[in-house]
Structures are given as C-alpha cells and as structure tokens.
Write a protein that binds this ligand. Structure first.
Ligand code: CAA
Length: 246
C-alpha cells in the first residue's frame, strides 16, 4: 500500500516541489489550499498535464475546525495520513514600528497555530499504527531573525520548540517529528522581496552565491519521510547555502 503524504500549501512554491518529489517516490499525494485560492484550477491542470493526479482540499490551516474537516475527508477518501508536511505559510514583512496586531496575528495563526491544528488531526493515527512522519517547514529566519520579520521569525522559531517537545512524546511509537529550516529559495515569497533589498542585503549573505532551488528542499523532505530516517527525530536541519551556521 502506498503511503499517504499530506503537504499543506502545495499549490505552488516549495509545497509543489515536495508533492512532485514524494509522488515520484510512490507516495499518494494530497495537498491543501486556502478557501478562494484563485490559482487552484490552473495548478491542477498543469499538474495533470505533467502526469500528476494530485488531490487538493480546501483547508484554512489557521482554523482548527477547518483542519479537522479536511483531514477527515482525506482519511475517508484517500486513507490515513502517514506523512504530514506542515509547509503552508505566509509573510507580512514590515518593521516592528509599523506592524499591526492584525499582521502579527495573521502570521502566528497561519505559520504556527497551523502546526498544532494539522498535527493534532493525524498524530493519534500515526502512534496507533506505529509509523509516522511530521516534517515542519521552518526558516533560516526562525534561527537567526530577519529585519522586517518579527512575526515570521517568532512563528518559525516556535515551530521548532513544538518539534522537539512532540518528538520526545512520540519517539517510542515509531513517529518522528523534525523541522527543516530552508534559507532563501527561488519561490514567489522570496522574489516578492524588493529587488534592491534582495540584491544588496540578502544575496551577499549567501556563500553559495545564489537562491536555493525548491527541488533541493524537496530532496531533504523526501529523506526525512523515508524509512532510512527513522533515527532522525527532534532535529532542525538547516538548508541555506551557508547563510547561517551554528
Ligand atoms: N538588513 C539590514 N537593513 C535592512 C534590511 C536588512 N535585511 N532590509 C531593509 N533594511 C534597511 C533598508 O536598507 C533601509 O535602510 P535606509 O533607511 O538606511 O535606506 C531601511 O531598512 C528601510 O528599508 P525599506 O526602505 O525597504 O523600508 P520599508 O518599510 O519599505 O520595508 C521591509 C521594510 C518590509 C522590511 C523591506 O525592507 C523588506 O521586505 N525586507 C526584506 C525582508 C525579508 O528578508 N523577508 C524575507 C521574505 S522570504 C521568507 O521569509 C522566506 C524564508 O523563510 C527565508
């Protein structure tokens, strides 16, 4: 039986690359998109034309009931989730002086509360079946902080606290919980940064001298999802072109 992998926020960006990689390895892929996402139809068409029959479900990851409904449908229609990749995330970059409570809340709810909301729906099944993988997609900016990202850096750092605590609780049940911390990857989120900031402040800090590729992140996720990675748990794996070493 192929394993079921649920990747939140898979319509484009890192999530799409993760879906493609896991599909190539034989997983059944399910992804989620937020209510009203205008890109879903086109995305499904383009994935179909490439030979991928992905299923995508509407899910507001910041809303617990929406996550419960979504995972309930996935379980009924596709099967129980074996691999959960908490990838969905947003930015609301601005200096702290300008940041409103709404900007703070949006990022904390979507990037951090989502990890609880989704993991809660799948963890009992994973521990009962004695196998599971939770992979939380954090960021180099959760490790080192970033100018204009007090909200995002706080949420991304919080993810790893969650990872470490839960990894301890479920280690004996064959379930691993890990964080990955990508650096600046060539996705829409990064290319939306003003060019002069990207060129003058960010690229010069990346020793490899370029943005990362989504496929490079997907390769790491595939490893963590595999049987070979059974001894890796509670880790935070950096993948940032040398931008931040510690
Ligand atoms: N380091 C140091 N100084 C910086 C800086 C940085 N990374 N970014 C901006 N500044 C400085 C600017 O040079 C400028 O300085 P001066 O006033 O001396 O010229 C000052 O801060 C204000 O910058 P802006 O004119 O850009 O101000 P703004 O209010 O219009 O915008 C900002 C501020 C929203 C933070 C904008 O600078 C920005 O978008 N910065 C990039 C933030 C960033 O890195 N986001 C990451 C998104 S990708 C991601 O999050 C994925 C991931 O996980 C890695």
């Amino acid at each position: 039986m192929p394993r079921v992998a649920l990747v939140t926020g898979g319509v484009g960006g890192l999530g799409e690359a993760i879906c493609i990689k896991l599909a190539a390895l034989g997983y059944k892929i399910v992804t989620t998109h937020s209510l009203g996402n205008p890109r879903v139809g086109e995305w499904l068409k383009s994935m179909n034309s490439m030979g991928y029959a992905f299923k995508t479900y509407t899910c507001d990851v910041d809303d617990f009931d929406s996550c419960r409904n979504c995972v309930g449908l996935v379980t009924d229609e596709v099967g129980p989730v074996d691999v959960l990749v908490n990838n969905a995330g947003i930015t609301r970059d601005m200096t702290f002086k300008r940041m409103t409570k709404a900007d703070w809340d949006a990022v904390i709810h979507t990037n951090l509360d989502s990890v609880f909301n989704m993991t809660k729906q799948v963890m009992d099944g994973m521990t009962d079946r004695k196998w599971g993988r939770v992979i939380n997609v954090s960021s180099v900016n959760g490790q080192k902080g970033a100018f204009g990202q007090t909200n995002y850096s706080a949420a991304k750092a919080g993810m790893h606290g969650f990872t470490k605590a839960l990894a301890l609780e479920v280690a004996k049940s064959g379930v691993t919980v890990n964080t990955i911390s990508p650096g600046y990857i060539g996705t829409r989120m990064v290319t939306a940064i003003p060019h002069e900031i990207l060129d003058s402040k960010i690229l010069p800090q990346i020793p490899v001298g370029r943005l990362g590729k989504p496929e490079e992140i997907a390769g790491l996720v595939a490893y963590l999802a595999s049987d070979e990675a059974a001894f890796v748990t509670g880790a935070n794996i950096s993948i940032n072109g040398g931008q931040h070493m510690f």
